[in-house]
Design a protein around this ligand. Structure first.
Ligand code: ADP
Length: 408
């Protein structure tokens, strides 16, 4: 390439020659003027030709570099364990070997996605350009997790990840919890059964004997309390494992749930738990929810029991089932002790408690909100928590419009 200085020099020389040629033409003879004029034009012409040929070389060089880079990117994409397919206006522009392996495709480049041998679910995802979430897709021999990205209006990138091993491990973990829960439940039922019978016998002792054997009485009531706690933990673990199994199974279909009557039932049960210590009210619309009824019932009960647990006597609790601009929302609000902001993101983790002692004292297992979170996720909703210490909390399960059936 010519430097700026060189270009300036060439132009200056051409300009001087041209001006000189005009001066010669006027002062002396026309021929000498023409010769110098031709020399000036030649300088300019030579310079332009040289510059054009250098630009051509640059273009060739750039094209080579671009080709090399594209090749390098393709090489990198071809060794990725993740499958990548890029569509341009619905037609396959690029696909890597992992994607072909995941979906048993043979050189689909150039074909329209709708003509590929893909499952209906995959084709629907591509047509809907569902970008919001990951999707579980079953191919003939693998469990895949698929994500869609839209870099611009014309292109759509489909990324697939083989989750067969993760799924197997999850299945083993779920089975382990379910089996351990069932195995522990039987001996625990026997132990707590005997403890309850003994408790009835001990209650018949005179006050003097109770005072004399106070340590035995205290130990016994501790054993009763702890066996009840273990029973609750096992029941909660079994509930979570049941929801997880439902999540993994494709055979279980959601039903149309009459949320209003479900709220009424739950409020009655919560009033029994509160035993008159709180004012519990509700407001429910005549709308229905497409969901797994028993799961929603369990989640709502957990939220209500928590509201009773963490609201001092005399407090108010309110349940609402309402339409929103984006769907429907079941919420439980209380004016109880509230939760500090730093705890809120971790509340739904298994066994996470703000105050371990308080939770135990009130019969908590630390699994209630984990159950709620699973239920909400399985029913395509979201859990929102708004709380501040001393003024109360609102836990809301929010469901999308596609899950709401409004009364005509
Ligand atoms: P737990 O069985 O301990 O209640 P959860 O998973 O149901 O377990 O709740 C986790 C923690 O969240 C509780 O230990 C408690 O500290 C806090 N929490 C839950 N609900 C409320 C509420 N309504 N008001 C105040 N704190 C709450």
């Amino acid at each position: 390439m010519f430097s700026k200085l060189e270009s300036g020099g060439v132009f200056a020389l051409a300009a001087v020659l041209l001006v000189f040629s005009v001066a010669l033409g006027f002062m002396f003879d026309r021929e000498s003027g023409l010769i110098v004029y031709a020399a000036g034009c030649s300088v300019l012409l030579l310079y332009s030709v040289k510059k054009w040929s250098l630009r051509q070389e640059d273009l060739v060089f750039l094209e080579k570099r671009l080709k090399h880079r594209t090749l390098r990117y393709k090489e990198l994409l071809s060794i990725l364990p993740e499958g990548v397919m890029m569509l341009k206006n619905g037609r396959v522009e690029y696909v890597n070997p992992s994607f072909c392996r995941h979906f048993q495709l043979e050189s689909p480049e150039g074909e329209f996605a709708r003509d590929l041998n893909l499952s209906r679910q995959m084709k629907d995802l591509i047509v809907d350009e569902e970008q919001d979430d990951e999707h579980d897709v079953q191919s003939s021999d693998a469990r895949l997790r698929v994500r869609l990205l839209k870099p611009d209006d014309e292109h759509l990138v489909v990324v697939s990840h083989d989750a067969t091993k993760e799924n197997l491990l999850n299945e083993m973990r779920r089975d382990f919890i379910a089996n351990a829960g069932h195995e522990l439940r039987t001996p625990l039922t026997v132990i707590s059964g005997f403890l309850e019978i003994e408790n009835e016998m001990l209650n018949r002792f005179t006050e003097a004997d109770k005072a004399r054997f106070s340590t035995i009485f205290a130990n016994h009531s501790l054993m009763l309390e702890q066996s009840a706690r273990m029973k609750n933990i096992i029941e909660d673990l079994l509930t979570i494992s049941k929801i997880e199994n439902n999540e993994a199974s494709e055979d279980v279909e959601p039903e149309v749930v009459d949320v209003k009557s479900l709220v009424e039932d739950a409020v009655r049960s919560a009033q029994a738990v509160s035993a008159g210590r709180h004012e519990i009210s509700y407001d429910a619309e005549d709308a229905y929810l497409i969901a797994f009824e028993e799961e929603i019932r369990a989640a709502l009960m957990n939220l209500l029991v928590n509201a009773v647990r963490y609201t001092p006597e005399g407090g108010s609790i309110r349940v609402e089932w309402k339409s929103t601009s984006s769907g429907g929302r079941i919420s439980v609000s209380d004016d109880g002790i509230g939760i500090a902001p730093e705890h809120i993101p971790r509340l739904a983790e298994r066994f996470y408690r703000v105050d371990r002692g308080r939770s135990r004292q009130s019969g908590g297992t630390g699994l209630g909100l984990a159950i709620v979170k699973h239920v909400v996720k399985h029913n395509k909703g979201e859990l929102s928590i708004v709380s501040s210490p001393g003024s109360g909390s609102t836990f809301a399960m929010e469901f999308p419009e596609s899950r709401i059936v409004r009364a005509p």
